[in-house]
Design a protein around this ligand. Sequence first.
Ligand code: DCP
Ligand code: MG
Length: 242
Amino acid sequence: LPEPGTVEFKDVTFGYPGAEAPVLSGISFTAKPGQTTAIIGSTGAGKTTLLNLIPRLYDATEGEILIGGVPLKELGREAISRNISAVPQRPYLFSGTIASNLRFGAQDASDEELWEALDIAQSTDFVTEREGQLESTISQGGTNVSGGQRQRLCIARALAAKPMTYLFDDSFSALDVNTDAKLRAALAEPTKDAAVIIVAQRVSTITEADQILVLDHGEIVARGTHEELLESSETYQEIVTS
Ligand code: DCP
Ligand code: MG
């Protein structure tokens, strides 16, 4: 059996209910623990759709997705939410305290563990400055924090759950270059044994990935490291220079 946390797509096709054409076709790849798999492609290519199939927001129309060698459908909801943390493209905070937002998926986390997650997510400063700190209140939808702060709190929430698989959907886009770099460096240690899948718009953020999948109109048109793709893929070259 593959290692726990391994994500395998086997010839996956997916179409939204009622739509004529599939949004994803013939998707096959393996995301291994200890590695970063990046997915890049233009808007509408199907990146978010692909990620959303992993925690079963939707089910594949054809083909199979396995986690640690077990088909998703046999794994059960509870195991899926325990093992996978997803930071969605539009990160969402609930009305409630920062602590309760961070404990979504990590009910047993101590305050100390929450502060550790906040530290990695470059959020210690702004949480410390808020009255009540961990107990300070987030309004519905997180409108009383900035977009970048919301993004970082959702990253901290994902870290607090200590999953085997991390899904980041364009999760670093609202951060300035400096914070982005610090956060990514800090993520290396806590995610070192996990399978990490990162969707990105900017190539600059994924050049170090172990494998990059280039998605175009719902198909993987090229794959490899940054250096390999610069040589082999015109689509990748276009993304790099755009
Ligand atoms: N789509 C749909 N119904 C939804 C979501 C998406 O019909 N509920 C369609 C719109 C696109 C295609 O599926 O044609 C792929 O959408 P994605 O959101 O998966 O695309 P990306 O994530 O790649 O785009 P972006 O980079 O803009 O986030
Ligand atoms: Mg998307």
